[in-house]
Ligand binder design. Structure first.
Ligand code: SAM
Length: 284
C-alpha cells in the first residue's frame, strides 16, 4: 500500500494535533509501515479508505492510528548514568530535605511499557531500605493505552529482559510465566499507570519531587516542548529534579530550568532552586 501526498499530509496534521508528534516530509515510509497493518486489520483496502474512516470520526480507528505512530522503545535502566545520578545525588538529597514529611513523589511522563518506573522502584528497594516506611508515589503516564496495559501487567519477553536488567534484580523481583517474565506484585503495585496526553489538558496533578520525561520531547516541535516544559515547572517542587533524555534539553526553549551536569549524565533543577547550589558541590 502506498500513501499519497494528500493522505500523508492529512495523517501528519492529525498526529501533530492529537499527539504532538511531528512527521517530517520523508517519513512517508514510516507512516506506511505503521498504518498498513491497521488498515488491513480493519478492512481498509487503501490509505484513502483509512483516512476517510479517520475523517468520519471513527474513534477506535483514530486511537489505533495515534498509538501506531508512537515510538515505544525503552529498556530497563536506559542509559544507566541517569539512574546513577538518581542513586548517588538526587535521592540522598531529597531524603535529607524531605525527612520531616517522609514523602516522595515521582512522575514518569512517558512511561511506555513500564521499564523506566520499575527500574527506579527496584533501585530504591535495593539501595534505600530506609524508604520502606516513607510514602513514595510512582505515577506513570503515557498517551498509548496499549503500552499502559502492558506496563500494568509487568510482563516482559526474554529480549526485553536481556536489555539492561541486572541479573540480581531478575532473580529477586521476577517470576517466569510461560515464556515471559512477570514482575512480582510487590513491585508492580508500587506504580500507578494512567493515560495522559502531554499535549492536551492535564488532569489535576500534585507537585512532584522528581519528573522523568525522557525520550518523548524529541518527537515534538519547539512550541509543544515550550508548553510542556512551562506546565511541568508548575508541577515540580521548588527543589525538585527533572530528567530528560540524552538528546533533549530545556536550553533555548524555556529559561525556568538549570542543567546540573554530573560525571556521566545530567538533570535539571529549577533556575531558582535552593538545591541547585547544593548539587553543584557534587557536580563534576
Ligand atoms: C521512546 S518512549 C520513551 C520511554 C521511556 N521514557 C524511556 O526513555 O525509555 C516514548 C513514549 O512517549 C509516548 N508518547 C508519545 N507522544 C506522547 C504524548 N503526546 N503524551 C504522552 N506520551 C506520549 C509514547 O507512547 C512512548 O511510549
Amino acid at each position: 500500500m502506498t500513501i499519497s501526498p494528500q493522505e500523508f499530509d492529512y495523517i501528519r496534521t492529525f498526529i501533530c494535533e492529537h499527539a504532538g508528534i511531528v512527521l517530517e516530509t520523508g517519513k512517508e515510509y514510516l507512516v506506511e509501515s505503521r498504518l498498513a497493518p491497521i488498515a488491513k486489520s480493519r478492512g481498509h483496502a487503501s490509505f484513502a479508505s483509512l483516512v476517510a474512516g479517520v475523517r468520519a470520526g471513527d474513534l477506535q480507528l483514530k486511537r489505533a492510528v495515534i498509538e501506531a505512530m508512537t515510538t515505544n522503545e525503552t529498556t530497563f535502566f536506559r542509559d544507566v548514568a541517569p539512574f546513577e545520578v538518581l542513586r548517588e545525588h538526587v535521592i540522598p538529597q531529597l531524603m535529607e530535605s524531605r525527612r520531616a514529611t517522609r514523602e516522595l513523589k515521582i512522575w514518569y511522563g512517558a512511561s511506555s511499557t513500564g521499564q523506566e518506573p520499575y527500574s527506579v522502584v527496584m533501585m530504591l528497594l535495593q539501595h534505600f531500605p530506609a524508604l520502606a516506611d516513607w510514602k513514595v508515589t510512582h505515577y506513570a503516564t503515557d498517551i498509548n493505552i496499549d503500552v499502559i496495559e502492558r506496563a500494568r501487567a509487568g510482563k516482559y519477553n526474554q529480549v526485553e529482559m536481556n536489555r539492561g536488567l541486572p541479573a540480581t534484580y531478575l532473580v529477586k523481583h521476577f517470576e517466569k510465566v510461560g515464556t515471559e517474565w512477570q514482575l512480582k506484585a510487590a513491585v508492580r503495585e508500587k506504580v500507578r499507570f494512567e493515560q495522559l496526553n502531554l499535549v492536551k489538558a492535564w488532569p489535576t496533578l500534585p507537585t512532584f519531587d522528581i519528573i522523568m520525561l525522557r525520550n518523548v520531547m524529541i518527537y515534538f516541535d519547539t512550541e509543544a516542548k515550550r508548553q510542556i516544559l512551562t506546565k511541568l515547572s508548575r508541577h515540580l517542587a521548588p527543589d525538585g529534579y527533572l530528567f530528560l533524555g540524552g538528546a533533549e534539553t530545556t536550553m533555548g526553549i524555556v529559561d525556568s530550568f538549570k542543567r546540573m551536569q554530573f560525571e556521566r549524565a545530567g538533570c535539571y533543577c529549577k533556575t531558582d532552586s535552593p538545591a541547585a547550589n547544593q548539587l553543584r558541590k557534587g557536580a563534576a
